[in-house]
Design a protein around this ligand. Structure first.
Ligand code: NAG
Ligand code: NAG
Ligand code: NAG
Length: 126
């Protein structure tokens, strides 16, 4: 087992190193959300700036336009994005929390990006 897994691990390492040296000219960018922060309390119907950290943005971004989707218990509502078409490099976008969402504490915003980047869990109140 050891004898056969070692070369596999080694080739993975080589792949990783080669990938680092020959980095793609454009990169998919999924910046971390900074607001709503963990356990923040937002009001249904309220207007907020969603923010994210753009300090580590790659020079050339493939996906330069973003979309923000609300999720509850990890389940997204992709049909009703809270915002879309904004520039990811802006680092913020204004959204309105829908008036009709159930109050609760298992909400997250998901920033796209490419595959969707879940922010911290926060609470929505009436
Ligand atoms: C970004 O794109 C420009 C223009 O195509 C290129 O000159 C530059 O090397 C690229 N930068 C990176 C980090 O890939
Ligand atoms: C957030 O709330 C959860 C559940 O009440 C708690 O376990 C956790 O410690 C809180 N985290 C912070 C950073 O306040
Ligand atoms: C969002 O941020 C912008 C720029 O700082 C500010 O002008 C705007 O009033 C903010 N919106 C809200 C809802 O706080």
């Amino acid at each position: 087992m050891r004898a056969s897994s070692f070369p596999a691990a080694l080739s993975l390492l080589v792949f990783a190193l080669v990938g680092m040296v020959f980095a793609r000219p454009t990169e998919v960018y999924a910046p971390p959300l900074t607001f709503p922060s963990v356990n923040a309390s937002l009001k249904a119907g309220g207007r907020y700036n969603v923010t994210w950290d753009t300090s580590k943005a790659p020079e050339n971004i493939t996906n330069d336009r973003g979309r923000v989707v609300l999720a509850k218990d990890g389940v997204q509502d992709p049909d009703h994005p809270l915002a879309k078409g904004f520039l990811l490099l802006d680092g913020r976008v204004e959204v309105t929390i829908p008036k009709d969402v159930q109050p609760g504490n298992a909400y997250q915003l998901v920033l796209f990006g490419d595959s969707g980047n879940y922010g911290p869990r926060f609470t929505i109140t009436k």
